[in-house]
Design a protein around this ligand. Structure first.
Ligand SMILES: Cc1cc2nc3c(=O)[nH]c(=O)nc-3n(C[C@H](O)[C@H](O)[C@H](O)COP(=O)(O)OP(=O)(O)OC[C@H]3O[C@@H](n4cnc5c(N)ncnc54)[C@H](O)[C@@H]3O)c2cc1C
Length: 320
């Protein structure tokens, strides 16, 4: 047993569990799927607020996470790198609403814009190689004494028995265990290709044929994408993959000869607002919810984990 039960081993569960365990609590993660089989492992993943709300809280959480990722780039074992890139627009666009969270955002020079684009913003952002990063978080957690159990939870009340506080980081799984009908999948599909020497990321959120992005990592590139609300399928669709390849190659012609290394699809945990709050379960045990991060779970992870950890400490003070 332990003090705290964290449900879920995606980026939300692991980040929260790391903070609590490293602060001296005894934390157990209970998870239906281990981290490499979660939505988190599919993420592209660039620091970029996308389909997560409300904006004011997203900005504060995102700013915190940006700073933490920035501090990780010197350690290659984290899988976090920094790259400059461009958010592109086909029409003149205002400054991005999240600009205050990111140092040095600037408007693109004309010659930086690919054909067909009339505006854009350049900025340097963390890119998080999720398979490496999730292993890093898990190592940090277990090195500090945390324990992990691979087992699905059918109810928060049942699972929390014997713990002082439970933390719900179940992503889309919160739809069942919290009976939260506002949770909806936002399906995303990506193609992983070899990196033909690209250094800059490219993002086109509003393309006429769908969201399009090119995220160069150290060895490969993640090409996306889709944002299909209400779609539950996790099998990659070959037609969608072909369309992603076509759009990304139009945007960055050097991708034309890139070798395809893999295909993946994942379900973003969509919710009208991120749920980050405490409640008392029917059995009297406090529960801190940290789920519903949409397309920004990585971008918000450390900010949300810090707030969730604060709520856990407050709950512990009350339960004694
Ligand atoms: C294609 C794609 C690209 C993306 N790109 C980005 C990006 O560039 N930047 C970014 O910030 N975000 C990105 N995202 C979004 C990001 O992946 C999610 O917001 C994030 O992974 C959510 O993390 P999570 O830990 O909350 O949920 P998940 O990763 O879904 O983890 C949920 C965990 O809860 C467990 N669980 C669920 N139900 C139960 C249960 N009943 N009992 C026990 N355990 C349970 C699961 O097994 C899992 O371990 C992308 C997503 C996709 C699909």
């Amino acid at each position: 047993m332990g003090d705290i039960l964290v449900i879920g081993s995606g980026v939300s569960g692991l980040s929260t569990a790391v903070l609590l365990q490293e602060a001296g609590l005894r934390v157990r993660i209970r998870t239906a799927a281990m981290s490499q089989a979660t939505t988190s492992s599919v993420a592209a993943a660039i620091w970029y607020p996308y389909k997560a709300y409300p904006e004011d809280r997203v900005l504060a959480w995102g700013e915190k996470a940006f700073q933490v990722f920035d501090g990780m780039v010197d350690d290659p074992e984290t899988g976090v790198i920094l790259r400059e890139g461009f958010e592109l627009h086909r029409e003149p666009a205002p400054d991005p609403w999240w600009m205050d969270a990111v140092p040095g955002v600037r408007r693109c020079e004309k010659e930086e814009l690919p054909p067909g684009y009339r505006d854009g913003h350049a900025f340097t952002a963390p890119i998080i190689e999720m398979p490496v990063y999730l292993d890093h978080l898990l190592r940090r957690f277990t090195a500090a004494g945390g324990t992990v159990e691979e087992r699905a939870v059918s109810s928060l009340d049942g699972a929390s028995a014997g713990f002082r506080v439970v933390v719900n980081c179940a992503g889309l799984g919160a739809r069942e265990i919290s009976a939260d009908d506002s949770m909806t999948p936002i399906r995303g599909q990506i193609v992983r290709v070899s990196n033909p020497g690209l250094d800059n990321f490219l993002l086109d959120e509003d393309g006429p044929d769908g969201v399009t992005y090119v995220i160069p990592r150290t060895e490969d590139c993640i090409l996306g994408g889709t944002a299909e609300e209400g779609e539950w399928g996790t099998e990659p669709d070959p037609e969608i993959a072909a369309a992603i390849m076509r759009r990304c190659t139009e945007l960055e012609p050097r991708l034309a000869g890139a070798e395809i290394l893999g295909h993946r699809a994942g379900l973003r945990p969509g919710r009208p607002e991120v749920r980050l709050e405490a409640e008392i379960l029917e059995n009297g045990i406090p529960c801190v919810h940290n789920y519903g991060h949409g397309g920004s779970g990585v971008t918000l992870s450390w900010g949300c984990a810090e707030d969730a950890a604060r709520l856990v400490w407050e709950a512990l003070e009350k339960v004694g």
